[in-house]
Design a protein around this ligand. Sequence first.
Ligand SMILES: *[C@@H]1O[C@H](CO)[C@@H](O)[C@H](O)[C@H]1NC(C)=O
Ligand SMILES: *[C@@H]1O[C@H](CO)[C@@H](O)[C@H](O)[C@H]1NC(C)=O
Ligand SMILES: *[C@@H]1O[C@H](CO)[C@@H](O)[C@H](O)[C@H]1NC(C)=O
Ligand SMILES: *[C@@H]1O[C@H](CO)[C@@H](O)[C@H](O)[C@H]1NC(C)=O
Ligand SMILES: *[C@@H]1O[C@H](CO)[C@@H](O)[C@H](O)[C@H]1NC(C)=O
Ligand SMILES: *[C@@H]1O[C@H](CO)[C@@H](O)[C@H](O)[C@H]1NC(C)=O
Ligand SMILES: *[C@@H]1O[C@H](CO)[C@@H](O)[C@H](O)[C@H]1NC(C)=O
Length: 344
Amino acid sequence: MEFIAMFLIVIVSFVHGVRTTDLPTPVDGLSWTFYKESCPNLESIVKSTIEPVLEQDITQAPGLLRLLFHDCFVQGCDASIMLNGTSSEPSEQEAIPNLTLRAQAFEIINEIKEAVEDKCSGVVSCADILALATSYAVFVSGGPEFLVPLGRRDSLSFANQTVTVNSLPSSTSNVTVLMTLFAEKGFDNFTDLVALSGGHTFGVGHCASFVGRLYPTQDPALNSRFAEELYLTCSTVATINTTDLDIRTPNLFDNMHYVDLQNGEGLFTSDQDLYKDTRTRHIVNNFAQNQSSFFHYFALSMLKMVQLDVLTGSQGEIRRNCAVRNTDTSIVDIPVRSYSNLIA
Ligand SMILES: *[C@@H]1O[C@H](CO)[C@@H](O)[C@H](O)[C@H]1NC(C)=O
Ligand SMILES: *[C@@H]1O[C@H](CO)[C@@H](O)[C@H](O)[C@H]1NC(C)=O
Ligand SMILES: *[C@@H]1O[C@H](CO)[C@@H](O)[C@H](O)[C@H]1NC(C)=O
Ligand SMILES: *[C@@H]1O[C@H](CO)[C@@H](O)[C@H](O)[C@H]1NC(C)=O
Ligand SMILES: *[C@@H]1O[C@H](CO)[C@@H](O)[C@H](O)[C@H]1NC(C)=O
Ligand SMILES: *[C@@H]1O[C@H](CO)[C@@H](O)[C@H](O)[C@H]1NC(C)=O
Ligand SMILES: *[C@@H]1O[C@H](CO)[C@@H](O)[C@H](O)[C@H]1NC(C)=O
């Protein structure tokens, strides 16, 4: 009997200390133990590569969360956001409103990818690496390490500019518009919307994303003292500058973003409206009061988000370089002789 019990312990798998058998069922094709045989140390490779980066500059964490969000909302979590475009076919990156993605976030993922390729060549997707790295970055910033089932594959294509812009929530939208967009992505209630907007508890916003609240007239929802500071940051409608999204704890992943909203100190209309709108205000109040509640729902909503429209099985590919499709580089790599064999 004791022998059997010991044997059972050995075969049980854990993800973040939770038995895989106790975890929710992932969408078809993803799994909690996907790289168990093919890259058993994946998580530790990701963590040890990103740790020194975050130690040096914790503001890279919000840049990663933003990159993951943009990847998953446009065409699913398939690393399509990471593909470089060409002059005739501009990439998703170039369509992002006002180019607010951080170049370093791409570099960090590419660096982790290289470290992973070193140990397990050709088996781990860029899409999985982005999701795993972001979960860890949120955790290092003080937040919950949300669960990431694995097995995503990388896309062979990216969305055009129209689709990209239409898939992303705008900083100027109200709750009705935001919820319509979230519902299209399969989020079924306001809790997801309010929880995911909690990503604005760290990172910065660009003047272009909120100057509409200052000029030509001041948005009455803005706290007047806060507005005075914003006029200093964006002294004209065309000023290029940034300011913290969360004035209380700018680099910490906590629930202070919701306290900002209660005080009229949300930077974006899309955030402040969550407090103004009676359909979402009680959720803002709950999260402002209870950080565990915010973390609980944020982790649940992220679990949904990281599984949006994933490519699995034999779909897509495992990119060797996150910025380019494998076929794009193999043209250069293939020696002339085998190339002529191929076309013969
Ligand atoms: C992709 O684009 C970035 C930014 O323009 C550039 O730095 C990088 O070298 C490109 N990567 C590849 C593989 O072409
Ligand atoms: C963008 O892609 C969508 C969906 O694939 C397509 O319907 C649309 O015509 C494309 N638009 C442009 C400008 O290429
Ligand atoms: C939300 O914004 C849309 C588009 O700007 C507008 O048509 C709608 O009236 C707004 N809804 C509310 C409740 O303010
Ligand atoms: C919204 O969805 C979450 C799961 O993501 C669930 O826990 C919560 O009860 C739902 N809320 C409502 C009002 O349906
Ligand atoms: C982008 O910038 C323009 C003006 O520079 C502004 O009108 C628009 O709201 C901004 N869009 C977003 C999504 O921030
Ligand atoms: C940018 O904002 C800071 C305050 O946040 C301000 O001191 C600085 O003058 C602004 N820069 C420009 C170019 O307006
Ligand atoms: C805070 O939220 C957690 C998680 O949802 C819940 O278990 C706890 O009872 C809440 N605490 C208070 C004081 O409401």
